[in-house]
Design a protein around this ligand. Structure first.
Ligand SMILES: *[C@@H]1O[C@H](CO)[C@@H](O)[C@H](O)[C@H]1NC(C)=O
Length: 555
């Protein structure tokens, strides 16, 4: 009898174990949910996502550099290219650009002929990616990528598209749909794509004034289109407002308190905070700059093997104030080479980077694995919320970007001159991850809006009324004001998302039209200065929980 009873006791113990494991799993699920969750999407995308751009077919174009040896993915249909400036081999049969399909979680290789290293870009009003510049034979080229629904599209390259070499420059999409290309190594000027007739190249003394000898600290400037049509340009530790049509500086902003640099290689990041009250006479525009590295960090890392603690502050400024002043805020930690991403509900995600050293090969240390969430509308001192960590360091040459489903796609990291996968600190990173902010958790199921009207890629006119029907399945789960936000898909490289902006549309009314169905009516922006023409992701936001977005074309 006793012998027979034993297995029963054992199986009972086993059941208990399974039960407690289940409980533990549940516990960890809930615990990790509070600060967002990470998921590994693909283990090897073949290249390191140094530059990335989401397009209107929900595919993300990524590329790195095309002259530093073979990647881990072959060119389409067995092609090879001659690459005279390649430092590893002059014949290269691998791809240095890919297309990532969000829905299928799959990739395909693309063909780039010339070097795109440390370049810039943005999307055109038609939804194509315009990429500009790079190094060596690629430094004056532009490359276009027109999205397609199958696998037929690839890059086309335009020779001599730029007046001068553009390496480490910043682009911004303009109200007329053109792009401005500002600065870059040894370029204290700007130009346009497509090229304008003479004068074609415009001097920008601000860029020579912000140049630190031997360490630059003014590359990849942070550029934002202001509501008055001028451009806010931040480099090193200060900023101007530029009328690019007349090439005059209309405003000079004070230095950030402390005076430390926050642009490349002292790489911090910056966003334009959500733009609201769009009908106001002067729309309030606020810029938030976070992180960076104290002056001299780059040189100390390069020559002395000393990795200085990064900056642990953000600075925020209302750029249309009569006497604009920077207000400093402390972050939960030091961060250099971090990315700043506007989330659909208007919160800002700080993600990626390290906490000491600087940008540049082998110069960053202490990866920051935790993102931090910033709530712009809370009082100073309670704006930051620490998020759950990844396990993958994302150092120099990593990227992050918002997807239409509300996740943040994270890729890249290669602080080396080559693809180096072993025997180095922070090996070249080919893994792609997604960070899901806590608003995607299933516990918000009953208040999450689901957009049911308007087909994706519908057109909205400037100043028009936008009617969005949505469902919320929890009875009484809709609490006014329901917001509608629009996010421009940004081009990301070197910790800066170019042309990134989010608009909170002015409310007209919210109507309940069924048990679970509502219609929200909002006004599309009136001005191209507030929102340049093109495709935006539109979201309905109920109590800070966003719907999945839809693509809308503003024209
Ligand atoms: C990095 O890769 C290059 C090119 O393949 C190689 O020559 C170099 O030895 C590698 N460096 C290390 C530290 O492995």
């Amino acid at each position: 009898m006793a012998a027979e009873a034993k297995p029963q006791i054992l199986s009972h113990v086993n059941n208990l174990n399974y039960f407690s494991i289940l409980l533990l799993l549940l516990y960890f699920n809930v615990a990790s949910g509070a600060g967002g969750t990470w998921r590994l999407l693909l283990n090897d995308v073949g290249i390191s996502a140094m530059h990335s751009q989401l397009l209107i077919n929900d595919r993300v174009i990524m590329y790195d550099r095309s002259n530093f040896g073979p990647s881990k993915i072959s060119l389409p249909s067995g092609a090879c290219r001659v690459s005279p400036n390649d430092v590893v081999s002059k014949r290269d049969c691998t791809a240095h650009s890919i297309e990532y399909d969000v829905a299928f979680n799959s990739i395909r290789p693309l063909t780039i002929e010339s070097n795109t290293w440390c370049s810039s870009g943005g999307v055109t009003p038609e939804g194509a990616l315009l990429q500009t510049g790079g190094d060596k034979e690629g430094e004056r080229k532009a490359r276009m990528f027109y999205p397609c629904d199958d696998e037929s599209c690839d890059w086309t390259e335009v020779d001599n598209a730029l007046y001068v070499r553009r390496w480490y420059a910043t682009n911004h999409v303009l109200p007329d749909g053109r792009q401005i290309i500002i600065g870059g190594r040894n370029q204290f000027n700007f130009e346009f794509f497509p090229k304008t007739k003479a004068p074609s190249l415009y001097k920008l003394p601000f860029l020579s004034e912000t140049y630190d000898a031997g360490q630059e600290n003014n590359l990849y400037p942070f550029v934002f289109l202001n509501s008055d049509g001028n451009l806010f340009i931040y480099a090193n530790n200060k900023a101007i407002l530029l009328d690019y049509n007349k090439n005059t500086v209309v405003k000079t902003y004070p230095k950030i308190p402390g005076g430390d640099p926050r642009s490349y290689p002292s790489t911090g990041s910056a966003v334009l905070l959500p733009i609201k009250n769009l009908e106001a006479e002067v729309v309030e525009m606020e810029v938030l700059v976070c992180g960076g590295a104290p002056k001299g960090s780059y040189l100390l890392a390069l020559y002395k093997n000393t990795f200085v603690k990064a900056l642990d502050t953000c600075a925020r400024i209302k750029i249309n104030d009569d006497k604009p002043q920077w207000v400093l805020e402390k972050m939960p930690r030091s961060r250099v080479m971090g990315d700043m991403i506007l989330l659909p509900n208007g919160h800002v995600l700080l993600i990626n980077g390290g906490s000491s050293g600087s940008a540049g090969w082998e110069l960053g240390r202490e990866p920051v694995l935790n993102p931090d969430l910033y709530h712009p509308d809370k009082p100073v001192g309670s704006r930051f919320q620490v998020q759950n960590p990844s396990t993958i360091p994302r150092m120099y040459h990593s990227t992050a970007g918002l997807l239409r489903d509300g996740r943040v796609l994270v890729g890249g990291s290669n602080p080396h001159q080559f693809y180096n996968f072993t025997d180095v600190l922070f090996p070249t990173e080919l893994r792609l991850e997604a960070f899901s902010p806590s608003y995607l958790e299933s516990q918000y199921w009953s208040i999450r809006p689901r957009i049911i009207s308007l087909l994706s890629h519908s057109t909205v006119n400037y100043g028009g009324i936008l009617r969005l029907r949505f469902m919320v399945f929890g009875i009484g789960g809709v609490r006014s004001p329901v917001k509608v936000t629009m996010v421009f898909p940004s081009f990301t490289s070197h910790s800066f998302s170019m042309s990134q902006r989010l608009l909170v549309l002015d409310h007209v009314e919210l109507v309940r039209i069924g048990v679970w169905t509502y219609e929200v009516r909002v006004k599309a922006p009136k001005s191209k200065n507030l929102a340049p023409p093109g495709y935006y992701m539109a979201f309905v936001v109920n109590q800070d929980i966003p719907s999945e977005g839809i693509w809308l074309r503003l024209q």
